[in-house]
Design a protein around this ligand. Structure first.
Ligand code: SAM
Length: 279
């Protein structure tokens, strides 16, 4: 293996970074501008000083590598990330794929509401996968900074014509006449009491994106579910990413609010991760 890659791996593993191999690959590829194939084939690696500087910054500060580099990947696309937005997670790809399955055969216009848009990864990935459809996504967030980043990402991915961005506290700025085929959300779901048990890296992500103020971390689900019927078209879907130990609680809230055919999808770690239902 390339000696620079090895050197970066060593810096990161000495600092106790678990995914040091993947991160070393990411740093070397990003800073050298070479693909992993070219690195393996022994192409000359440029910007070595910068590569080492970034690896050392990551090792010392524990700031997530995606924030240091300024980007992250989601469903094969590159997204700008910064301190104002959550770093997109692999688990969220399950949510996107399930939503896509729900809508892919629809012939009429598709209206989607994404609550808590963050970096824009869910809205952009759905817009991209459903690019040939007549689709309009309304993407909301309480954070103006997050919306700014999501807008930049949508622009970079040439999806601006498919997505409308709006600052809104959940439904506060959604008009009664706006109705959706799907309301999707990956809301903040970590109970605030768990704040001190998180990985160091997570502490660098925006609190607004992480924490719910109640004991079970389900306050956002409750609020979204309670008023969802006002904004869903007849038979419209509701889809959430959920946290550990939340599926039963959320299922009960859905049943109390007359939602049907509740489906739970597990992630690769066998944790209930996505919940889908309809009116
Ligand atoms: C867990 S992050 C999800 C970000 C992105 N959708 C993703 O999946 O990576 C939750 C997002 O909800 C936003 N948020 C928090 N409270 C909100 C509220 N009351 N109304 C709308 N958005 C909110 C946060 O700013 C954050 O961007």
């Amino acid at each position: 293996m390339n000696t620079i890659v090895k050197q970066v791996e060593k810096i990161l593993s000495n600092a106790g970074i678990e995914e040091y191999k993947q991160e070393a690959k990411l740093i070397v590829e990003a800073v050298s501008g070479l693909s992993s194939d070219k690195i393996i084939l022994g192409f000359e690696i440029k910007n070595v000083d910068k590569i080492i500087e970034i690896a050392e910054k990551r090792a010392k500060s524990k700031v997530p590598v995606q924030y240091i580099l300024g980007f992250s990947y989601f469903m094969g696309e590159k997204y700008i990330v910064n301190k104002d937005v959550l770093i997109p997670r692999d688990e969220t790809e399950i949510l996107v794929l399930e939503c896509y399955k729900l809508l892919k055969d629809k012939k009429e216009k598709i209206d989607i509401l994404d609550i808590g848009v963050g970096s824009g990864c869910i809205s952009c990935a759905l817009a991209k996968k459903l690019i040939d459809k007549d689709i309009e996504i309304l993407a909301v967030d309480i954070s103006s900074e997050a919306i700014k980043t999501a807008l930049e990402n949508a622009d970079k991915l040439d999806l601006i014509r498919k997505i409308i961005f709006r600052k809104s506290d959940i439904y506060s700025k959604i008009r009664g006449c706006e109705k959706f085929d799907l309301i999707v959300s990956n809301p903040p779901y970590i109970p605030i009491k768990d704040k001190n048990n998180l990985q160091n890296e997570v502490c660098f992500e925006p609190k607004l994106a992480l924490f719910a103020s109640d004991i079970d971390g389900v306050e956002f689900y409750k609020k979204i579910i309670k008023d969802a019927c006002k904004f869903l078209k007849s038979g419209g879907f509701l889809a959430f990413e959920i946290g550990i130990n939340q599926s039963e609680i959320i299922k009960n809230i859905l049943v109390e609010n007359n939602f049907q055919d509740i489906k739970i999808i597990k992630d690769l770690a066998n944790i209930d991760r996505v919940i889908i239902t309809h009116l």
